[in-house]
Ligand binder design. Structure first.
Ligand code: SAM
Length: 291
């Protein structure tokens, strides 16, 4: 696939349609005690006009009982970010995540940049403006940028105001929508950023096909966006590790179960421990450039 305009056209025609998957995650987070999750979702619901297809997807997302998975993914990413302690964060494909809002507010010395495809980035700006009217101002150290993870120029533009100091690049819920070629191109773009600033790439997007949940979710996304994400999954963790190592990264792995004791959604949805454990078998990677 070529870079540039063709790329944008491709996303306009296909990938912007995965926006509703961001709603599903945002809904799940309302049950997680994560700061601003409820507020962001409430404003989002007032703003969107879903199609019938979108509504069907949302309904199936509500029934999927994946809340502990999304909560763990979010909380583990937060923990890994705090361990890393970089003061400049680029969150790619931020969607409706409230992380930037909460982190920028509690840590005024941070520079936090969120990036997403144009439609979603504009929606996020509208949500932030509505929250500001209700008393939750967007912190001055948080900004929302429109861009494409596969377009290195839009990533470079997003970090234009960063100082020449280490950064953390994060993405949560993006890479399963990218083919292996696209993942490699995206990894090259992240590598460019880490070569420029130094720092780490943190991602829980090590999507491995596990059980019937994966099959349901693959089917739902195919209906919604016409993308067969099943082709984009790693066979196992070893394949995922080798994929990123071959692209020039050192990989440190963390299990979602590391934040098991922080989870509040299992009790809220009445999920038995065994089912929660099954949802927490996936991993996140913290990656640095090989020296
Ligand atoms: C499942 S959502 C996850 C959103 C968010 N990270 C979260 O956890 O709530 C996937 C997001 O990826 C965004 N996305 C998809 N392709 C992208 C691309 N090429 N560049 C930037 N964002 C992209 C979508 O617009 C959507 O917001």
């Amino acid at each position: 696939m070529k870079e540039g305009k063709e790329n944008v056209a491709e996303f306009k025609n296909g990938y912007e349609k995965i926006g509703p998957t961001a709603w599903g995650v945002a809904y799940a987070r309302t049950l997680s005690g994560i700061p601003y999750a409820k507020e962001v979702f409430a404003e989002f619901e007032k703003l969107v006009n879903p199609t019938e297809k979108d509504t069907d997807y949302m309904e199936s997302a509500r029934r999927s009982r994946m809340e502990p998975f999304f909560e763990a993914r979010f909380k583990l990413t937060n923990r890994l970010l705090k361990n890393d302690a970089a003061k400049q964060i680029l969150e790619i494909a931020a969607g409706l995540s409230p992380r930037g809002l909460a982190m920028a507010e509690t840590e005024p010395t941070l520079q936090y940049v969120e990036l997403d495809l144009p439609e979603m980035a504009r929606l996020k700006k509208d949500i932030a403006a509505r929250l500001a009217k209700n008393g939750t101002a967007t912190p001055p150290n948080l900004s929302f940028k429109e861009g494409d993870a596969l377009d290195k120029n839009s990533l470079l533009a997003a970090v234009h105001d960063f100082k020449n100091k280490p950064i953390s690049v994060i993405n949560e819920g993006l890479m399963r929508y990218l083919s292996f070629d696209q993942k490699a191109r995206y990894a090259d773009n992240v590598r460019l950023l880490l070569e420029k600033f130094g720092g780490v790439w943190i991602t829980p997007d090590i999507t491995i096909s596990i059980g019937t949940e994966s099959q349901h979710s693959i089917g739902r996304i195919k209906e919604l966006a016409g993308i067969d994400v099943g082709k984009n999954y790693f066979r196992d963790e070893r394949q995922a590790r080798m994929f990123f190592e071959d692209l020039g990264f050192n990989v440190e792995r963390h299990g979602l179960n590391e934040v098991k004791n922080e989870l509040v959604s299992p009790a809220r949805i009445g999920m038995p421990k065994k089912e929660v454990d099954d949802l927490l078998t996936r991993v996140a990677f913290v990656m640095k450039l090989k020296s």
